[in-house]
Ligand binder design. Sequence first.
Ligand SMILES: [Fe+2]
Length: 183
Amino acid sequence: MTRNEALTLLREHLTNENLVRHCLATEVIMAALAERLGKDIEKWRVAGLVHDLDFEETKDTPDQHGLKTVAVLEEKGLDPETLQAVRSHNEALGVPRESDFDHALACAETITGLIVATALVQPDKKLASVRPESVIKRMKKKDFARSVNRDAIRECEMLDIPLPDFAALSVQAMSGIAGELGL
Ligand SMILES: [Fe+2]
């Protein structure tokens, strides 16, 4: 599946623009991680884009989140690694994260929330004003963006990427599509 096919598929399933933006943000961080780690950029990009495809369909059944996406992707012939990464990103499913790909998707999709929340408390509410150090500083404040799972973000260390590097890489990747993200 190409990146554009993945985006078309995503838009067939999601109507909430903020969810689409979350997926676009995850996509660009996955691409940056793949580049840094020498992995398949297109494959990681696609996983980032589609990982929350069933979010609206499963909003009342969060223990199903990911399973419907996997069923859709399986029908489209996606590879088993992508299916596993999507499945394991929802901790409620109890599927352990094992590969670099799994950890990458978990930390990438999670840091997007922290970065968006950090942008929104800047005077101009712009990504351009977000410094990676302030993302990390806010990550350490429990009361800031409480729903963001700090442990999932720290999984970047399983990829041998230190947290400050991961924050910098993620802010930079998202800044490249700031307009599309509305930030
Ligand atoms: Fe997500």
